[in-house]
Ligand binder design. Structure first.
Ligand code: PFF
Length: 459
């Protein structure tokens, strides 16, 4: 983006926009969250639902958010307010989401930093000790806070350099490097003995695994990975020039994100299956710690190559995490700046203070605050924040947005905006998705999920 004489920045071109949006999208969601969810919810079935959601509701909402941003030239809250003060609440609700995500995102960024450091300075078997290394680290308090701070400082540093010099440059280097490394590690992982059975588990849907929980997780994952339902794509759209083709841009963003998630799964799920021996074992052992407990064991089995694979893998995840965390921090900064009318600098400082304090609290959730188990035995503050943002707030935000565009301002308003620079042959299909399909699906999923959570039925 380049700062214009007016206060609003614009992307330097379509490539910069697609790259930056894809860089925001491709992150821990694809590398860390997707593989453990796929492993947990029966491999192929989860992959299948994720595929369906990305290219239906995901793509439709991506187009909606970016065109809404470009039409109004405003970030999230302003974009809704542009159609009447009473709609500002939708933007405010969405804007709360990145503030919930970013502290725990940085905590996991800290875990990744620690493992990269670990592979550089210690023997791979130390990291592959069945979880003691990991639990020792996250319950350490001070050490895990230090690694989180290292991750945060890297993020703040890039954001402070500004959108042009910092964000665009960082993405231009890190994104291609990430894809090349991911392909290499995935190919290597598939050559491991037993990986082919794991590949079948990962790719072939088993419909008996279907459940409301799986569906809402796949949907939440779609929003999370595409950075949807949290205002960011509205903001990114507002930086767009009128000449940029929105339809092809959003397809490229969704395609890249799906491809990287698929690759991340290929790197992790078949190899984990090979190490644990069965799909059930994979599902049982899977959770947020998959990347930090099981994966080092998989690497350990590789013998001499373990260190190098470990380093390459965690560099890769660190790149993905950084390009996303900087977009999260950037989003929070612009929300504060637009909302409070503060300068960018002051808003960034406020964001940093908030994120750092909250990050410390999330971290302590594993040590001195571990008595807080908000989601049942053994759960953590991190689990709660992840659940509230992904499974509750994002589906509600997406529903509100669809109703707003579908029934209040009408899809035609945004179709006209898309058509300023692109042919939009699927406009009618898109209207139907926004007006009917997405809201109905979202309501059904939310009800089914709440019912399941309350124990009204089990699947
Ligand atoms: N899409 C990112 C991921 O999958 O890791 C997470 C994310 C980044 C969400 C930036 C929101 C955001 F503004």
């Amino acid at each position: 983006m380049s700062e214009t004489t007016k206060s609003r920045a614009t992307w330097s071109g379509k490539l910069a926009f697609v790259l930056s949006a894809a860089a925001s999208a491709v992150g821990l969601g694809s590398m860390w969250r997707f593989p453990y969810l796929a492993a947990k919810y029966g491999g192929g079935m989860f992959l299948f639902m994720y595929l369906v959601f990305v290219f239906t509701i995901g793509l439709a909402l991506l187009l909606l958010e970016t065109s809404l941003g470009r039409k109004t030239g405003q970030s999230c809250i302003g974009a809704f307010k542009a159609f009447g003060k009473k709609y500002a609440f939708i933007g405010i609700f969405m804007s709360a989401v990145p503030f919930i995500i970013v502290p725990y995102y940085c905590v996991i960024g800290g875990w990744v930093t620690k493992y990269l450091f670990g592979y550089i300075v210690t023997a791979p078997e130390v990291l592959a000790d069945g979880g003691n290394y990991f639990s020792g680290f996250i319950t350490s308090g001070a050490e895990s806070i230090i690694f989180m701070l290292i991750f945060m400082v890297l993020t703040y540093f890039i954001v402070a350099l500004g959108v042009n010099k910092g964000i665009e440059k960082a993405n231009l280097i890190m994104m291609p490097a990430l894809i090349v490394m991911a392909v290499a590690v995935a190919i290597y992982a598939l050559t491991l003995p037993g990986a082919m059975d794991g590949l079948a588990y990962y790719l072939i849907p088993d419909f008996s695994k279907f459940s409301p929980e799986l569906v809402i997780s796949a949907l939440g994952q779609t929003f999370f990975t595409l950075s949807l339902a949290m205002g960011i794509m509205v903001t990114y759209g507002s930086y767009l020039q009128k000449s940029t083709k929105l339809t092809s841009s959003v397809s490229q963003i969704a395609g890249t994100t799906f491809a990287v998630s698929l690759l991340a799964g290929l790197m992790i799920v078949p190899a984990t299956f090979a190490a644990l021996g069965s799909g059930d074992a994979v599902a049982q052992n899977s959770g947020p710690s998959l990347m930090f407990i099981i994966l080092p064991q998989v690497f350990e089995n590789l013998g001499g190559a373990a260190t190098i694979i470990g380093v390459v893998f965690f560099v890769l995840v660190l790149f993905a995490a950084l390009t996303s965390s900087l977009s999260l921090v950037e989003t929070c900064t612009s929300i504060i700046s637009d909302g409070a009318g503060w300068s960018r600098k002051r808003s960034l400082v406020a964001t940093i203070v908030f994120v750092t304090i909250m990050g410390v609290v999330v971290n302590l959730g594993y040590s001195s605050l571990s008595f807080i188990q908000p989601m049942g035995e053994g759960s953590s503050i991190l689990d709660l924040l992840d659940f509230i943002s992904n499974s509750v707030m994002m589906p509600i935000a997406a529903l509100l947005t669809c109703v707003f565009v579908g029934w209040i301002i009408k899809p035609q308003t945004l179709i006209d905006e898309v058509r300023v620079s692109a042919r939009f042959r699927l406009a009618n299909v898109w209207s139907v998705v926004i007006k009917y399909i997405a809201p109905v699906v979202l309501v059904i999923i939310l009800i089914a999920y709440v019912a399941q959570a309350m124990g009204l039925f089990s699947m």
